[in-house]
Design a protein around this ligand. Structure first.
Ligand SMILES: [Zn+2]
Length: 538
């Protein structure tokens, strides 16, 4: 890529992700070399223009990473190595950090320098003139070595507000050294949006190179400040994809990207890439080993989840009623949460599956809503347990019949002789229309053993149960603060090869909770089979 191409690239609106550098400063974040490679792949898939990949001078892990990452074939992104201006009192050619920076072998480098006079004199303990030559020398040296330099003006907004003349002098030093872009940093994260807009506009007018913006979120304004800077002429937006970073984090790029593209009509990714925003954000969160905040704009699990009954009712009529953009525009999904406030319309919809005559104000609807509330209070959750919810509705509208009665079950745990497989035995006795069946089952744990025994007992009467397979089993301890009152919620997912359904059970006893979820699973299957046969006769 020639020099002019670079200028064109930097002049157009684009994204500079610092998850691997500034993001790595976040509390509890620690990336292995493999994690970093995965994140680079994900960001390249999303199509960010630049990936700031770390500081090769600061630790050997980063230098090893630059060796590995060079082997990746990236489609959209360019890697950037990060470092600081030369140390005071030494020549650029003698600075070991600058040598490591060159060793990283990236076409682009980002260099940060001091712009706030108070930092120069009180923290760096250098003269203001020395600082100016540190900036200019460093950039000139790197440019002479064939690098394109993004200059990060640390604390720029605080610096400008404290001493506008000196802060502008530092930028002029960077430009005269040959910087390709000036990134204005709100390093302490405390600047207000109108100041960011005013100062960015001024720098864009006065300096003859493209300008970037780098915000931190200490005042909760990193996204707003970044947007204001773009409106004032900044073309590069720096941040971290999911907002991780020191203290309160960096500007959240997933939010900024969606705002720029969907709200302001300012494309900042290659065409169509925004549809992978949710997926890539979740992958980065997973690699960083943090759970993505459900309420994160655009990409969070709840970004398009509707709970209040009136809202659900409205959204089913027209999504625009409570959604500012379509969920699939960022690759997310709309969801409805079942809950105490779910209101009736959701439940009515479901009831109508079984009885198309039911009316919105019918007493049975109120009865079901009340029952859902009661069960939720006891620890049930019907989100992700549609099978159990359907049975609950059936029980209330008279479209349910029990398929068997349980006489007893018994579990015996066995210490394995080989020390490997934990075995459990279950014995159960059930009655089906007056006939009794007693069976035993063996499994790797009590739930598996119960499943085997129940299946054996029912097969004789209902051959369809042979098709059921349990595909997932989740246990969640509720009220974990008070151990004596602790309850467990068991969620089971089952399939018969054609359908998948989930059921739930809650009890203070794990086996009892599992049994309840298991019985729902079998009953759901049996009831569905009976209905199919009934329909076939019609
Ligand atoms: Zn920063």
């Amino acid at each position: 890529m020639g020099k002019n191409d670079t200028v064109e690239l930097l002049k157009g609106l684009h994204i500079f992700d610092s998850t691997l550098r500034d993001g790595a400063q976040g509390e509890g974040i620690s990336f292995s070399v493999q994690d970093k490679l995965n994140i680079v792949r994900a960001l390249d898939e999303l199509g960010v223009a630049f990936i700031e990949a770390g500081n090769p001078g600061s630790n050997p892990k980063d230098l090893e990473f630059f060796g590995e990452v060079g082997k990746l074939k990236l489609e959209n992104s360019r890697l950037v190595a990060f470092g600081s201006t030369r140390r005071k009192d030494i020549a650029v050619t003698d600075d070991p950090n600058l040598r490591s920076l060159l060793a990283a072998g990236t076409e682009y480098v980002a260099i940060f320098g001091k712009t706030w006079d108070f930092h120069v004199t009180d923290i760096l303990r250098a003269t203001k003139e020395e600082n100016l030559s540190m900036i200019e020398d460093t950039i000139r040296f790197l440019v002479a070595e064939g690098r394109k330099v993004v200059y990060d003006a640390e604390h720029f907004f605080d610096a400008y507000l404290a001493n506008p003349e000196y802060s502008m002098e530092t930028l002029r030093a960077a430009v005269s050294g040959g910087a390709s872009l000036l990134a204005l940093c709100d390093t302490n994260g405390g600047t207000m949006p109108d100041d960011v807009q005013r100062i960015t506009a001024l720098v864009s007018r006065e300096c003859n190179v493209p300008v970037g913006i780098h915000c931190h979120n200490d005042a909760g304004l990193a996204v707003a400040n970044s947007i204001m800077a773009v409106k004032a002429g900044a073309t590069q937006v720096q941040g971290t994809l999911i907002g991780i970073g020191e203290r309160t984090g960096n500007a959240n790029l997933s939010t900024i990207i969606a705002d720029l593209e969907l709200k302001l009509g300012m494309p900042c990714l290659p065409k169509g890439k925004i549809a992978s925003l949710t997926h890539v954000s979740r992958r980065v969160a997973e690699t960083a080993n943090i759970s993505l905040d459900g309420g994160m704009p655009f990409v969070g699990l709840n970004a398009f989840a509707h709970k209040a009954g009136m809202h659900i009712d409205a959204v089913t009529k027209n999504p625009k009623a409570y959604e500012h953009v379509a969920p699939d525009s960022v690759g997310n999904e709309r969801s409805f949460l079942m809950s105490e406030v779910a209101g009736r319309s959701m439940i009515i919809e479901k009831i109508r599956k079984f009885d198309s005559n039911i009316q919105k104000d019918s007493p049975v609807a109120a009865q079901i809503v009340a029952r859902v509330k009661e069960l939720e209070h006891a620890g049930y959750q019907f989100e992700g347990a549609e099978g159990s919810f359907e049975l609950l509705v059936r029980k209330n509208i008279g479209k349910y019949r029990p398929f068997f009665d349980l006489q007893y079950y018994k579990i015996i745990g066995e210490q394995p002789l080989d020390g490997v497989s934990a075995t459990a035995f279950a014995q159960i006795k059930i009655g089906v229309e007056g006939e009794m069946a007693i069976t035993a089952g063996e499994g790797d744990g009590p739930v598996h053993a119960l499943d085997v025994a129940l299946r054996k007992a029912l097969e004789r009467f209902y051959p369809g149960v042979k098709e059921i397979r349990l595909t997932d089993f989740k246990v969640r301890v509720l009220d974990s603060k008070s151990a004596t009152a602790a309850k467990v919620r068991v969620l089971i997912e089952s399939t018969d090869g054609n359908h998948v359904w989930s059921t739930v059970g809650v009890s203070s006893d794990l086996i009892e909770a599992s049994w309840l979820a298991l019985v729902d699973s079998f009953e759901y299957k049996l009831i569905s089979d009976v209905e199919k046969r009934f329909k076939a006769y019609l």
